[in-house]
Design a protein around this ligand. Structure first.
Ligand code: ZN
Length: 314
């Protein structure tokens, strides 16, 4: 992240007219905006602080913020993919119905937000089945897309690809093509590809956006990076991907748009990472959608000849 020597301004010039925005939006690939629908107390940083047994007694604070996000997407004539926890769908079915009724894609973020390393293959199979059934019963149609909690599909959990295919998923968006302590597949393609599991199953993979600077893949797809770093970095990553004729896969969480959420006793770097920039997110997402109209992942995939994409064995 130190590869950049010149400061990059956080402000971006407003387009002159709505027509200019429309013309630009039509000329370039859409942005693939996604939300991982979980509550502030289900994040990995709260693991060990808020026990799963307490979840049902706490206020998930998802109703109002989800409605605000739906309104923002509607204002920008954009649709998005909502990777939703099975737990959220059982606790707050009305939210999932509202997202679906507004024309967005409901996809799966697992059931209880466990990292795949913790679940193991058998635990993952069960968690996935619970979540998929809960979501499909609510929306009345198949759920095809998956994102692992904490991007936890990597070389050590490659069995997940075969299990996802066996469960009827057609695409995944869990791969961060970077190296991080807790996640990442640094040698994975940074553009959409076909991911092959150890059992030979294939899925479509939409890796999260990185911005390639002098050979370094800077993670600019969303989350803490979106809140901490200037928006310009994400816009640069999107522009670079668009120059390759491809859309950028981005991710956000509803709790990131809720600055008044109760503070949990998270310490140190983790505390900083969870709470930094919560007040900036709504105007930033609006600025992003002003420039890049968003489409749901599955809708974009339907327009693509995915059979011709490169294969990558995990
Ligand atoms: Zn998550």
């Amino acid at each position: 992240m130190t590869a950049i020597s010149t400061p990059i301004p956080d402000t971006v010039a407003e387009p002159d007219t709505a027509t200019e925005v429309d013309a630009a939006a039509l000329a370039q690939p859409p942005c693939l905006v996604s939300f991982d629908v979980e509550t502030y107390f289900q994040v990995e940083n709260a693991n060990g602080i808020v026990d799963k047994a307490q979840w049902d007694r706490m206020d998930p604070r998802l109703d109002a913020v989800t409605d605000r996000l739906l309104a923002l997407l509607d204002e920008h004539r954009s649709s998005a993919t909502f990777f939703t926890l099975g737990w959220v769908a059982r606790k707050l079915p009305q939210i999932v119905r509202r997202i679906h009724a507004a024309g967005h894609e409901i996809a799966c973020h697992g059931d209880m937000h466990d990292r795949l390393h913790r679940l193991g293959p058998d635990g993952f199979r069960k968690d996935l089945a619970n979540a998929k059934k809960t979501l499909e019963d609510l929306v009345g149609s198949p759920v095809r897309g998956y994102r692992a909690p904490v991007f936890s599909i990597d070389r050590t959990t490659s069995w997940a690809i075969d299990i996802l295919a066996e469960a009827g998923f057609s695409y995944d968006s869990s791969i961060q093509p970077i190296r991080r302590r807790a996640y990442g597949v640094p040698d994975a393609p940074d553009t959409p590809f076909r991911i092959v599991g150890p059992g030979g199953s294939q899925l479509i993979e939409l890796p999260l956006l990185t911005w390639n600077v002098l050979g370094y893949r800077m993670p600019v797809a969303g989350g803490g990076y979106f809140r901490l770093l200037p928006l310009r970095l994400m816009l640069n990553g999107i522009a670079q991907m668009n120059r390759r004729g491809l859309p950028a896969a981005t991710y956000f969480h509803p709790w990131e748009f809720d600055p008044d959420q109760p503070r949990l006793p998270i310490n140190g770097v983790k505390r900083f990472r969870h709470y930094v920039g919560l007040k900036k997110t709504t105007p930033r997402l609006a600025a992003l959608l002003d420039r890049h109209r968003s489409t749901a992942f599955a809708a974009w995939l339907q327009t693509q000849k995915t059979q011709t994409w490169p294969a990558f064995a995990l």
